[in-house]
Structures are given as C-alpha cells and as structure tokens.
Design a protein around this ligand. Structure first.
Ligand SMILES: NC(=O)c1ccc[n+]([C@@H]2O[C@H](COP(=O)([O-])OP(=O)(O)OC[C@H]3O[C@@H](n4cnc5c(N)ncnc54)[C@H](OP(=O)(O)O)[C@@H]3O)[C@@H](O)[C@H]2O)c1
Length: 339
C-alpha cells in the first residue's frame, strides 16, 4: 500500500482534466472500485455522461492554485489528465502541460494531498523531443517527478483507443467524407495503440502500488502498426472503399501546413513533428499492473461508426417532432417514406 490513509474506502479522488475521453473511462473504473470521484473542469456542463455515474461529481473549478487546493482538501489522491494535442494560441502547450501541473503540485502541497497520478505521453521523456507537444509533456512530467514529499506516478501511453476515441473514429469520419482518394500523411509512422480500459485500470491499480511511486510507465498495446496499416484496417472494418495515397515527407509537411489552418486544426506541423519518432514502447505492458492489454482487433470493430450513430441519435432526440426528424427517419428507414 502507498500510505495508510489510502486504505479505507470509499476514498475521494480528484481528477483534473477528467471530463474527456480517458477521464470518462477512469471515473467509471474508480466508481467500480468503490471510490468517490470529483472531476474538476473549467466548464459548466448542462449534461455530461459523467453525471450518470454514481459517486461522481463534476465541479467547475478555476485552474488556479488556491481554487485547486480548496477542491483537493480532504482528497486521498489527485489525478491529472489535462492535456491538449494542438494549441489555439502559441504558449498553450506550456500553459496546460507545464504551468498547470506546477499549480497542481503546489495545490497538493497546500491541501496536504500526497498521492498524484500524472498523464504524460509516450516519448515525452526522450532527449530532445521533436515537437513542442512532446517537449512540454516532458517538462511537465519532470516537474511532477521532482516534487519532493509527493508520491507521484507518471503514465506515458502510445495513442489510446476505445469508444469515443479521437483516433480510429477520426479516420473513420474522414474516410466517410473523403472522395475516392484518401491522401495519408506520415504513412510509415508507427504506433502501438493501447486500450483506454487498460490505461484506466493501470491508473486505478497504481493508487495502491507502492512500487509505482516515483516512476514513469510506458503503456502500449500488444501490437505495433504503421499509420498506413491502421487506416487500411479502418477502411476494412468501416467498409470504406477508398484508394489510399501515401504521402512522402515533403507532401506530408505541406499537408500539415495547410490543415493547421482549417477549423479544428485536424493536423498541424507540430503533429507532423511528433510523428517523426515512433510511438512504440521499449518493453511490454508493465507487469506491475497485472494487466494483459487488449488488442485493437478485439475492441475496435465493436464501436467504430457508433459515435456517428450516437450523434445522430442525440440529434434525433433534439429534433423530435420537427421536419428534420421525419426526413432523417425516411433517409435511414425507407419504410417511413410510406407514412
Ligand atoms: N487520447 C490519446 O490518444 C492520448 C495519448 C497519449 C496521451 N494522452 C494524454 O492523456 C490525457 C487525457 O487525454 P484525453 O484523450 O482524455 O483528452 P481529452 O478528451 O481532450 O480531454 C482532455 C481534458 O483536458 C482538459 N483541459 C484541456 N485544456 C485545459 C486547460 N487549459 N486547463 C485545464 N484543463 C484542460 C479538458 O477539461 P475541461 O475542458 O473540462 O476543463 C479535458 O477534460 C491528456 O493529458 C493527453 O495528452 C492522450
């Protein structure tokens, strides 16, 4: 056990950045393990899936030291999941990946919380990372691990997959929208996608593992794929008939330069630089967690395309009794055309 006060349940775990993809799965696992969870968010959510989980509170919080310390008071552990893949403004990476963890560390001290789990990214700890995303993640995790009197554990996952992911689902969406030819930047970049349930479970188990304190863990799934293999797989599972056009380095850079100006910045030059190092772990899933990581093939076919369908469902609910509702029903179910 990490420390005596972590033994009795339910414990209260504060999760910063827990309103997103990983946070949802982590909160569900913490609840299943009998914990109470406070998810601290910058926003006010009218509705959020987290609200249906018993024992989970979604608390709007200013991400400043004082406000965080107030929320952390009496908590048994803090988890930091806050992160961004792209900047809206220059300096955002440093703000979210370095300055925020510094404030979280300071707030833990102020509130007397000793245990901190921190989410970084695979390759963030390499010498001289190629992108500002990885550099800032590296700086953030160094700050956390250097914090004296804190019992910190750092996680460095490869790309994470699972329902609601922004990886397989994104390619599925892009392929659906694309005409016959699909240009693919950095086709030879390699990943070992790791299942979100395994990442969340490792974090839950880490809470009680004294041997995980002061260490960083790389988290990868059981198999490595090139980006081209991943997109081929999405085409196969999603039933998309497209011609893949793998781009060389120069064309990939040009594509990044163009796409970073599109709404939502789907691909940026910094993303391009991150892809210059393979997102592969040095060894298998850390034995300390006692988890056999799930393969892409065992999970992805169960959810690919569902996100779109779910969006359509919410749209349907919102649009109920309006003309669009009937139009969508007709498009999806020809029998309604007779109505
Ligand atoms: N998904 C992956 O494939 C992957 C791979 C490697 C590492 N990671 C890391 O894993 C963590 C969770 O990823 P995810 O996929 O769950 O991301 P996500 O769905 O985008 O959620 C990110 C969370 O970060 C919070 N956040 C964003 N900007 C913030 C800011 N300026 N201040 C405070 N909070 C902020 C958001 O909270 P609010 O908007 O509610 O405040 C949100 O809940 C991140 O640190 C990410 O870098 C993810």
């Amino acid at each position: 056990m990490v420390s005596a006060h972590l033994v009795s349940r339910p414990r209260r775990i504060c999760v910063v950045g827990g309103s997103g993809f990983v946070g949802l799965h982590l909160a569900a696992r913490l609840v299943r393990a009998g914990e109470r969870v406070d998810v601290l968010t910058r926003r006010e959510y009218a509705f959020h899936e987290l609200k249906v989980l018993p024992g989970v509170r979604l608390l709007q919080t200013a991400m400043e030291t004082e406000a965080l310390a107030e929320r952390f008071a009496g908590a048994d552990a803090v988890v930091n999941l806050a992160g961004i893949l792209n900047e809206r403004r220059r300096g955002d990476f440093e703000a979210v990946h370095v300055a925020l963890p510094q404030r979280i560390v300071a707030a833990c001290r102020q509130a007397g919380v000793q245990r901190l789990l921190h989410m970084s990214a695979l390759k963030a700890d390499m010498d001289d990372p190629p992108s500002r995303y990885l550099q800032s993640k590296g700086e953030g995790e160094r700050q956390v691990l250097a914090a004296e009197e804190l019992q910190a554990t750092v996680f460095r996952p490869s790309v994470i997959f699972g329902p609601e992911d922004d990886f397989f689902n994104r390619f599925d969406r892009l392929l659906r929208l694309s005409p016959g030819v699909f240009p693919l930047a950095c086709p030879e970049a390699r990943f070992a996608p790791v299942y979100v349930g395994d990442v969340a479970e490792a974090m839950v188990r880490a809470l009680d593992l004294a041997d995980s304190v002061g260490r960083g863990f790389e988290l990868c799934g059981p198999r490595a794929y090139s980006l081209r293999q991943i997109v081929d797989y999405v085409m196969q599972v999603g039933g998309h008939r497209r011609h893949l056009l793998p781009l060389g380095p120069r064309a990939s850079r040009l594509m990044a330069g163009f796409m970073e100006h599109l709404p939502g910045r789907p691909f940026t030059r910094d993303n391009y630089r991150s892809l210059q190092c393979n997102s592969l772990c040095k060894s298998r899933f850390p034995e300390i967690f006692g988890i056999t990581p799930k393969a892409v093939e065992a999970v992805v076919p169960g959810y690919l395309g569902l996100l779109e369908r779910n969006h359509r469902l919410s749209y349907l609910r919102r649009a109920a009794r309006r003309d669009e509702y009937r139009l969508i029903l007709r498009a999806e179910n020809p029998r309604h055309n007779r109505a």
